[in-house]
Design a protein. Structure first.
Length: 312
């Protein structure tokens, strides 16, 4: 069994630390970290430095590389890159897939499978959908800190194929993984939390705690979530009012000063960020399906004003 993780940032490092720790004694299961640059150099020399709950762990994979010919054909590929790097990562490592390879994307988006199906040539591997609930920060190349979240992975498919065996392997590797046929609802339910929160915090430059303590801001967040719900329901996803209340309730599980990853990228003037997938995609989908997404458009105008201000 050969498991690859592409993207050794917060998510990839969290999963990589789990898998290497649990599969270290298993000579029949290989864990491969797929990364490049300073991150690859650090891990090759020192292993992955991963801190969680005050404990520092050095993860030593079976291989760390960015060369497809060194990787070979993978049984499972977990894609943990940022959303904007998804297509590039898949194109680069297509030589590592065959028709039996299982691909699990874990981006903060709802159209990952659609993108993967477009960019991967025949013979196509088994492309699933997935998401993860975790907050891990890349402090520097090869050093990641787990700051919160259970690290629960949901993945699955809606056709007749059965990938329960993948759940069993990931659980054996220490990952809290759940295989589900209701994956589209699961992915959209996470998006219901991530997209509105990223949009509001970035547009208004506020923290999670500032939203939670302000009635007006909570009302704005609720409006954004309802717009996500209306778009999702055009796709027969079936997000409910309870899903919205659950998403709003998740705010209390984060520190007062917590910020969204999109917000941090904008603050750091990162040209590559997830705005398209978290904001623009929802607006485009609303326009496509005739759903009013006026709160998203209002916040997008504020984001555009920020961008103009940063460029002057």
């Amino acid at each position: 069994m050969k498991i690859g993780i592409v993207g050794m940032g917060g998510v990839g490092s969290f999963l990589g630390a789990k898998l290497t720790q649990h599969f270290a004694p298993d000579e029949h299961t290989k864990v491969i970290f797929i990364c490049r640059g300073e991150t690859k150099d650090h891990i090759v020399k020192n292993g992955l430095s991963f801190s969680s709950a005050g404990t520092l762990f050095h993860a030593i994979p079976d291989l760390t590389t960015d060369q497809p010919e060194e990787i070979g054909i993978l049984d499972i590929l977990i894609i943990a890159t940022k959303s904007f790097s998804l297509a590039e990562a898949v194109r680069q490592y297509q030589p590592c897939f065959d028709k039996n390879t299982v691909i699990i994307p874990l981006q903060n988006m709802v159209n990952a499978k659609e993108i993967l199906c477009e960019v991967i040539d025949d013979p196509k591997p088994n492309i699933l959908e997935g998401c993860i609930y975790v907050a891990s920060n890349r402090e520097r190349p090869g050093f990641v800190t787990h700051v919160g979240g259970p690290g629960k992975v949901f993945f699955g498919n809606e056709d007749a194929s059965d990938f329960q065996w993948v759940e069993e392997i990931l659980r054996k590797g220490g990952v809290d993984a759940i295989y589900t046929k209701n994956i589209k609802h699961t992915v959209w339910k996470k998006y219901l939390f991530v997209s509105p929160l990223a949009t509001l915090t970035t547009a208004l430059n506020i923290t999670f705690g500032e939203i939670a303590e302000d009635t007006y801001l909570m009302a704005q967040l609720t409006k954004l979530m309802k717009e996500v719900q209306q778009v999702a329901n055009q796709l027969n996803v079936g997000l409910t009012e309870k899903d919205i209340q659950d998403a709003l309730g998740m705010l209390s599980h984060f520190p007062y000063q917590a910020k969204s990853s999109l917000q941090l990228d904008v603050e750091n003037h990162e040209d590559n960020n997830e705005k398209y997938y978290l904001v623009d995609y929802l607006i485009e989908s609303g326009d496509k399906w005739g759903v009013e997404v006026n709160t998203y458009k209002e916040m997008n105008e504020k984001l555009a004003a920020h961008s103009r201000g940063n460029s002057t």
